[in-house]
Design a protein around this ligand. Structure first.
Ligand SMILES: [Zn+2]
Length: 245
């Protein structure tokens, strides 16, 4: 396995409380979602790099499509991890936030065409399913190759719809680890639930816990450092790995 140095960049609430309150509702939701839940999304990316995940080797030239597929996969991974290790109230809070975001985006923007095309929305059981490889390919082209003024709006919709879908799908963590490319590990069965206070130290605790837990199951993660940034657009959220020479 290659050795990596990973860094996570997390936007600091204090850099623009009004902006974050408007976006997330309040500081607690921001801390719960960004400093706790989402850290596992980023660790999903970390594992994809470490274990050389490729969505489809034949499509390796199409980095954009691989990138979007990886986003769906790491959302599934984060949801699976928190279904196994999170408290019920924690998962309820996350679901409440994404539902609120989606409701608000429906009101503010209408269901924009890209989101409609990507997700089949079943209003009866309020479930969403990303519809197909073709839709993913379509969305990728629209998003990546024609970055318009609405890019961040589409991208936020994409992420929040995907997270909601991942939470409902609740795929088993063991299956997702194999999908990422990790084959030799002790299977995760019943696990103790983790609890956090949700403050600026939470990312550090989440990283430390997952590193220990995974190591106990035979999965090694290279060291991950995290930085709190003045970055309200979350432009640097995703993990930036550097390969150790
Ligand atoms: Zn991501």
């Amino acid at each position: 396995m290659s050795k990596w140095k990973h860094s996570l960049h997390i936007s600091k609430y204090e850099s623009d409380p009004d902006y974050f309150d408007k976006y997330y509702g309040n500081k607690i939701i921001y801390l719960t979602f960004i400093c706790c839940y989402n850290v596992m999304h980023e660790i999903g990316h970390v594992l994809c790099r470490e274990y050389n995940y490729k969505f489809d080797k034949n499509l390796a030239h199409n980095d954009a499509l691989n990138q979007f597929h990886e986003e769906l996969l790491v959302n599934d991974f984060a949801a699976a991890y928190w279904h196994k290790f999170g408290q019920k109230e924690f998962l309820d809070k996350i679901l409440m936030y994404v539902n609120k975001f989606i409701d608000k985006s429906e009101v503010q923007y209408g269901w924009d065409n890209l989101t409609k095309k990507l997700f089949k929305i079943n209003y009866e059981n309020y479930k969403i399913v990303y519809s197909s490889y073709a839709s993913l390919s379509f969305l990728t082209k629209q998003l990546v190759f024609s970055r318009d003024d609405n890019y961040s709006k589409h991208y936020d919709n994409f992420q929040n719809f995907s997270i909601k879908e991942s939470l409902y799908k609740n795929i088993d963590l063991n299956i997702l680890l194999k999908e990422i490319g990790i084959n030799n590990f002790c299977s995760f069965k019943d696990c103790n639930r983790l609890n956090y206070d949700y403050n600026i130290n939470t990312p550090k605790e989440v990283i430390s816990d997952v590193t220990k837990i995974f190591l106990g199951h035979g999965i090694q993660i290279s060291p991950i450092e995290y930085y709190l940034e003045n970055d309200k657009g979350c432009n640097y959220m995703c993990s930036e790995p550097i390969k150790d020479k």
